[in-house]
Ligand binder design. Structure first.
Ligand code: ADP
Ligand code: MG
Ligand code: ZN
Length: 633
């Protein structure tokens, strides 16, 4: 009796060991990174900056011990770190939420080690492995179905990666985002209101027999709030929000992408009404005929997506939203009626929009007195919503560094520079001569800008080196938003860009590498004038190029014969040269002002627009010379 029991126990143990070894071997084969994953210990501040940089994927806090484990990277790139939470950091949750990090807390677990997790997770199964039956089933389970007991390490994103779609389900109410959290995108919001109505009450639409679009495509440059808008739609309608990023599909094993799409829509179908959000859809939805190298995986995924979108019953209230900043590369099949037939532009915010976004984000930080957000907005043409949010945050960080409890206007203005040009770089020590050259260069830009008719005034000149590599910059303020630019204005812009080099040539008789960026920008403007804007005498209204990647700042590709291309180059060169001559002439005529201001700048490092204008216009015998108005060639 006792013998028997002992034997049974022994054989049970043998079974357990064999089973466990097998299970570990399988695990290792499937997820090699788990076994090699070493938990790296990092400091809390490193953790915070990794969060802010958007590197962190998942965070798990062990309550009581204040241990934080977190992951970076995806798929096989996943790395696991740990750190100890700094006491009483109440802002962490907000910070994590802001970056969309998946975070959770758990009760202390006596086994801290990774392999113990494995042991505990697998032991019960391992014991019962008999006749290969269970083993077989488990493999199937891992490959296909979702099985919570398989999920590894308390949601660390390492397990389950092969199985489930990975679309994170967040209850709509919990996205916590509403239209009020999105500023300056009124047109986009208006287009989305109807979708919200539909999600709230799909039956009302079904009764009449109205069909709502299956999908809408949010199109615009990075950081303009596309993801935010999609979340807001779910939040407004109070429906679940399923989101997945296009790039996740692509990095998967063959055949998994299509399964993931199927799974995603299956889940959505169960939870309808709901939002399915596909971020970066261009990663899956690229035109299929492009290039020779076909990506079968991507194509299968795309086909699955197309058939799911055709197949679902939209009376139930599923709306697929997708976002992209490369709409022109999307496969036509995606844009057909019944799929993403609505296109919602989400453009860079205009002046009023920028001000609204700044104010919105400023609500989250403590501000000192009245802050002139309009002034900040005027200094930031071309900034995206994400840039502006970042500026407010940088300002708050600066205030803390300065030991203050409130953010001031100076903090914000300083952070504008940080976001535009990078942090001040203390380690860069310029020689006396270099500082002189940079001063003249920047003053050159500023004088040409100010003297030219109709040019927006200079708001700031600085020669403090920045981490981005900039040695100095001249900031121009747009007094009002411009939607149309005349040929004269483009020419003036080119002249202003030439002003830096022109000053160097005039004063030092030399050229430096400092003008590289100016040259690039001036040439880009000139090329656009000739090939796209019909502003050259030689070609008139002829289109000579096609824009590429409009939202990513891509240039254009010439679409003309080789001979014409040569003429285009000649024309572009002439335009830039004309700008250079204008700049040289302007500076020659204001040579004394150039000396005076450049010397002052060299001493003070940063001067404001008012100081500059005051020096330029002050009548100390050298009033600025306005060049005679130039006629277009
Ligand atoms: P996109 O998806 O277009 O690249 P996101 O929606 O991810 O941009 O925006 C990133 C962040 O920038 C948001 O979380 C938000 O803090 C800020 N942001 C961007 N646009 C806006 C906006 N219009 N209003 C308020 N905040 C914005
Ligand atoms: Mg996005
Ligand atoms: Zn320059």
């Amino acid at each position: 009796m006792e013998m028997n029991d002992n034997k049974r126990r022994q054989s049970l143990i043998v079974y357990a060991i064999i089973g466990f070894a097998l299970a570990v071997a399988i695990r290792t084969m499937l997820y090699p990174n788990i076994m090699s994953a070493q938990i790296k210990d990092v400091s809390y501040s490193t953790f915070l900056s990794m969060v802010d940089d958007g590197k962190v994927g998942q965070v798990e806090l062990t309550t009581g011990e204040n241990q934080i484990k977190f992951t970076t990277g995806k798929g096989s790139e996943t790395k696991v770190y740990k750190t100890t939470q700094f006491p009483n950091d109440a802002t962490l949750v907000e910070r994590l939420e802001k970056k969309g990090v998946d975070f959770s807390a758990k009760i202390p677990d006596t086994s801290g080690e990774l392999w113990l997790y494995l042991l505990i997770n697998l032991m019960p199964l391992a014991i019962f492995i008999g006749g290969g039956y269970l083993l077989n089933r488990r493999l199937q389970k891992q490959m296909g179905e979702d099985n919570p007991s398989m999920s590894f390490g308390g949601g660390f994103g390492l397990g389950g990666g092969l199985g489930r779609s990975g679309a994170k389900e967040v209850k709509g109410e919990e996205t916590g985002v509403t239209f009020r959290d999105v500023a300056g995108q009124d047109e986009a919001k208006e287009s989305l209101v109807e979708i919200v109505g539909f999600l709230k009450d799909p039956d009302r639409y079904a009764e009449i027999g109205a069909k709502l679009p299956h999908g809408a495509l949010l199109v615009g440059p990075p950081g303009t709030g596309k993801t935010l808008l999609a979340k807001a739609v779910a939040g407004e309608a109070g429906v679940p929000f399923f989101s997945i990023s296009g790039s996740e599909f692509v990095e998967m094993f063959v055949g998994r992408g299509a399964a993931k799409v199927r799974d995603l829509f299956k889940q959505a179908n169960e939870k309808a009404p709901c939002i399915v959000f596909i971020d970066e859809i261009d990663a899956v939805g690229k035109k299929r005929d492009m290039g020779l190298s076909t990506n079968d995986e991507r194509e299968q995924t795309l086909n699955q997506l197309l058939s799911e979108m055709d197949g679902f019953d939209n009376h139930k209230g599923i709306v697929v939203l997708a976002a992209t900043n490369r709409p022109d590369s999307l496969d036509q099949a995606l844009l057909r009626p019944g799929r993403f037939d609505r296109r919602i532009p989400v453009e860079l915010p205009d002046l009023a929009g920028r001000e609204a976004i700044l104010k919105l984000h400023a609500n989250d930080v403590r501000m000192e007195g009245a802050i002139d957000f309009g002034a900040v907005a005027r200094q930031t043409p071309g900034a995206s919503g994400a840039d502006l949010a970042n500026m407010i945050n940088e300002a708050a960080l600066r205030a803390v560094r300065m030991g203050r409890t409130r953010v001031t206007q100076t903090d914000i203005l300083e952070s504008v520079d940080v976001v535009i040009a990078g942090e001040k770089k203390k380690s860069t020590v310029l020689s006396q001569h270099e500082r002189e050259v940079v001063s003249y260069h920047e003053t050159g830009h500023a004088i040409v800008a100010a003297v030219q008719d109709g040019k927006s005034p200079v708001s700031k000149i600085t020669i403090v080196p920045r981490t981005s590599g900039t040695l100095g910059f001249t900031m121009q303020t747009e007094s009002e938003e411009r939607y149309l630019t005349t040929r004269e204005e483009y020419k003036q812009e080119i002249a202003v860009l030439c002003g830096g080099r022109a000053a160097e040539e005039l004063i030092f008789g030399q050229m430096t590498s400092g003008a590289a960026n100016d040259i690039e920008r001036a040439t880009k403007i000139a090329r656009a004038m000739v090939t796209q804007l019909g502003m050259s005498d030689r070609f008139g209204m002829m289109s000579l190029g096609e824009t590429q990647n409009r939202y990513l700042g891509g240039g254009s590709v010439l679409s003309c014969s080789e001979g014409t291309a040569q003429q285009v180059d000649a024309e572009v060169q002439a335009l830039v040269e004309e700008g250079r001559q204008t700049a040289l002439r302007t500076l020659r005529e204001n040579r004394f002002k150039l000396h005076e201001i450049a010397h002052y700048l060299q001493k003070k490092e940063t001067i404001t627009g008012e100081e500059f204008m005051h020096m330029l216009t002050s009548d100390d015998g050298f009033a600025p010379q306005l060049p005679e108005v130039e006629q277009g060639r």
